[in-house]
Write a new protein. Structure first.
Length: 249
């Protein structure tokens, strides 16, 4: 069996570790690896991963949808933020048989400032949402719901689906409606977010001890599924600014 350079190197470390030496007995020695040895090892590793890289590149370059207009990320609402939060609501509605009142996407989790008009590849969705965050539905009482909406208001606007509407005045939320209705004090609201937020990220520690529904889907996969479903139905990637969050004086 032919041992490759990395195998020989780690075998050397293993054998060296089997000998017990006293500190006083150890003599410093220098081991030099030639540049050609290192280059040969690098080339061997590249050769080994080349088939996988080619396959991954082809998958990432696959066009799965099309955006007719450029969609920027901004506050208090934006085309990109509205699109992502609305599609999260739709996907969670399907995953949970309707057990969701509205959805929200972490603003900092959207990792590109703009989705350019034109073909949208699978790789572009990875650029938008590179983290392996799961989608969850948090079960929140009215007090916790208000804490979350105030957190959105304090931040100047986090993407929320069209089912939540409110105004921001002096960093506070007012005139809040969910599904067209004011907050009901005796209700438990189902809020679709990422597990990062549900676990207290983005200063949402009030969610940590709340009951949650976990469909077992990555947020990124939910986005890809939605785009593919829309494309199969002959639809493009679209969003609108509808005043779901307004800053008032």
């Amino acid at each position: 069996m032919k041992l490759r350079f990395p195998t020989l190197f780690f075998l050397f470390l293993l054998l060296a570790g089997c000998k017990v030496n006293h500190l006083a007995e150890i003599q410093p020695q220098a081991y030099r690896m030639s540049d050609t040895t290192v280059v040969a090892a690098d080339l061997e590793i590249e050769r080994m991963i080349a088939p996988y890289k080619s396959r991954l590149d082809a998958e990432m370059e696959q066009v799965i949808g099309r955006a007719p207009v450029t969609m920027p990320k901004a506050k208090p609402e934006s085309l990109l933020g509205n699109w992502l939060s609305d599609l999260l609501y739709e996907q969670l509605y399907a995953y949970t048989n309707g057990e969701v009142d509205f959805a929200s996407v972490n603003y900092g989790g959207i990792r590109i400032p703009t989705l350019q008009a034109g073909p949208v590849t699978r790789g572009k969705i990875f650029e938008i949402m590179p983290f392996d965050n799961l989608v969850v539905v948090v079960h929140a009482d009215a007090a916790t719901l208000r804490q979350f909406i105030d957190r959105v208001a304090e931040s100047g606007g986090i993407p929320v689906s069209k089912h939540l509407r409110f105004e921001i005045k002096n960093g506070k939320a007012q005139n809040i409606t969910i599904q067209g209705q004011p907050i009901q004090e005796d209700r438990i609201y189902k809020i679709g977010v990422s597990d990062y937020v549900a676990n207290g990220g983005d200063d949402c520690t009030f969610f940590v001890d709340k009951k949650r529904t976990e469909p077992g889907k990555l947020l990124r996969d939910a986005i890809i599924e939605h785009v593919q479903q829309q494309t199969a139905a002959g639809k493009e990637i679209r969003a609108a600014l509808d005043g779901r969050i307004k800053v008032v004086q």
